[in-house]
Design a protein around this ligand. Structure first.
Ligand SMILES: Cc1cc2nc3c(=O)[nH]c(=O)nc-3n(C[C@H](O)[C@H](O)[C@H](O)COP(=O)(O)OP(=O)(O)OC[C@H]3O[C@@H](n4cnc5c(N)ncnc54)[C@H](O)[C@@H]3O)c2cc1C
Length: 446
């Protein structure tokens, strides 16, 4: 087992290695274990137990709030585990593998597909444990619904297998508990699907003057579109279209080009700055666009809300977050989940027909406070129409986040009590409607 203790040479590099959000937290783990095999993971957990430290995990490093960093914890970095094996529809994969840039080409060689995160660099570990809003989630469901089984190192250092049949409570928790999952997943066994062969897209761009008309229409029609189509509206700055932010309505159809026809009924279409109607596209092109919109090396603030209510209530509440973006790299998305699919029995439990998330990247640390305050105020406007949050785009340092229903929270508490009675792994506690950050993480953040 390769351990670096606080104060050792190389500690700081290891502390922040592979973290996507470069607005780096000052939180200081006690030790960092670079796991090269499952035994290293078990040894890391035992080290934490012996020394009275907590355990945190880093898979892909894409947690916006850097949950892998916690004061006085053993950080188990899974970056050295790189397994990908495929057999009869199931891919077995290590948590640090990136869904788009690594797993997708591997599966494509087998003619298979898995709905990983939109940005190709997102690690599978955190993404799947939080639910995973992958490609066409409105049609294919949450990525976690495609988990067949997991291998897990538990708080006593044992390696166990969990599925619907075996250790089913752990399997239930792995699909939505996020950082409150009471174990370290070392391998996911995922059900794959045939690779989509024909992707087509419709893209329509509008000036923000058309925001109300276009979004009211979208609210009224998105649940009628076939579930082979991913529908996202977003505001962003695109200098090729205008010098000010624009509204884009985008729809990507998977093996079903005819399903894009309803977008021709957009009542503002005559005023569109750009119209692509059922044009050809590829996953590579879509992923490259995501990567362009989420640049590396930046400082980030992000937040999100599940929206609930009629357009007459939602649109005024969402006006600031969509139409007053704080810089020319920021963007806010409206992501359709309609018609809402019933969830299987899993910990993931809070969603609505519309997901809103706002992403604010910048470079200059002097801009931290301004961007943080803008997002805080814009999200406060949304409170009257917010039905909860998605853990994946949440920052618990900002306050409690309701991402589980009350019933699920209680069940998760019981699963944690069974598998991690001394609260070593993940969240220190489930409190109120949230998983509370640790006291020290609050004190040390920003
Ligand atoms: C650019 C970008 C794009 C994104 N796009 C999407 C998207 O399209 N859809 C979406 O749903 N989310 C998206 N996210 C959010 C993303 O899913 C979460 O940030 C997720 O945590 C990333 O997983 P990770 O393994 O890379 O993160 P990490 O920072 O490595 O892990 C986050 C936390 O998850 C837990 N965890 C991770 N791995 C394990 C494990 N093996 N065992 C136990 N606990 C573990 C730990 O608490 C860990 O600290 C995006 C994030 C970024 C930065």
């Amino acid at each position: 087992m390769n351990v670096i203790y606080r104060g050792d040479p190389g500690f700081e590099e290891a502390r922040v290695d592979r973290i996507f959000n470069r607005r780096l937290s000052p939180r200081q783990p006690a030790a960092i274990v670079h796991a090269g095999c499952e035994r290293d993971v078990a040894d890391g957990v035992r080290l934490a137990v012996e020394r009275g430290w907590a355990v945190t995990v880093r898979s892909g490093g894409h947690s916006w709030a850097q949950w892998s960093l916690r004061d006085d914890a053993v950080l188990i970095d899974l970056g050295g585990l790189r397994e990908m094996t495929y057999d009869a529809g199931i891919v077995s994969v290590s948590p640090a593998v990136r869904g788009g840039s690594e797993l997708a080409p591997f599966l494509s060689a087998h003619g298979r597909f898995f709905p990983g995160g939109h940005c190709p660099t997102v690690g599978l570990g955190g993404f799947l444990l939080q639910g995973g809003q992958g490609w066409n989630a409105r049609g294919w469901g949450w990525a976690a619904e495609h988990i067949a089984a997991i291998d897990v190192v538990t708080a006593d250092g044992a390696l166990v297998h969990a599925s619907e049949e075996q250790n089913s409570d752990l399997f239930w928790a792995a699909r939505g508990a996020g950082l409150a999952f009471p174990g370290v997943v070392t391998r996911f066994h995922l059900r794959t699907m045939p690779e989509p062969r024909q992707l087509t897209q419709t893209v329509q761009a509008f000036r923000l003057d058309d925001f109300d008309e276009v979004m009211t229409w979208l609210h009224g029609m998105h649940h009628t579109v076939a579930d082979t189509v991913e529908i996202v509206a977003l505001t962003k700055t695109d200098r090729a279209l205008a010098d000010e932010p624009v509204l884009l309505v985008t729809a990507v159809a998977f093996d079903d080009p005819g399903a894009l026809a309803p977008f021709r009924d957009n009542p503002a279409l005559k005023r569109a700055l750009l119209v692509v109607d059922t044009g050809p596209t590829t996953m590579d092109e879509q992923r490259a666009r995501q990567r362009h919109d989420s640049p590396e090396g930046h400082r980030w603030e992000v937040d999100n809300a599940w929206l609930s209510g009629p357009p007459s209530a939602v649109l005024p509440a969402a006006r600031r977050v969509f139409t007053e973006l704080p810089n020319d790299k920021a963007f806010t998305i409206w992501f359709s989940m309609a018609p809402l699919r019933p969830l299987p029995d899993m910990a993931f439990s809070v969603q609505s027909e519309i997901y809103l998330a706002s992403y604010v990247p910048w470079l200059d640390p002097a801009e931290d406070a301004r961007h943080r305050e803008w997002l805080r105020a814009a999200m406060a406007d949304l409170e009257p129409v917010a039905a909860g949050r998605y853990l994946g785009d949440s920052d618990l340092d900002r306050g409690p986040v309701r991402f589980l229903t009350e019933e699920i929270r209680e069940r998760l508490r019981a699963v944690r009590a069974r598998w991690d009675p001394y609260e070593k792994i993940g969240s220190q506690g489930l409190s109120g409607d949230s998983v509370a950050p640790t006291a020290s993480s609050v004190a040390n953040s920003h």
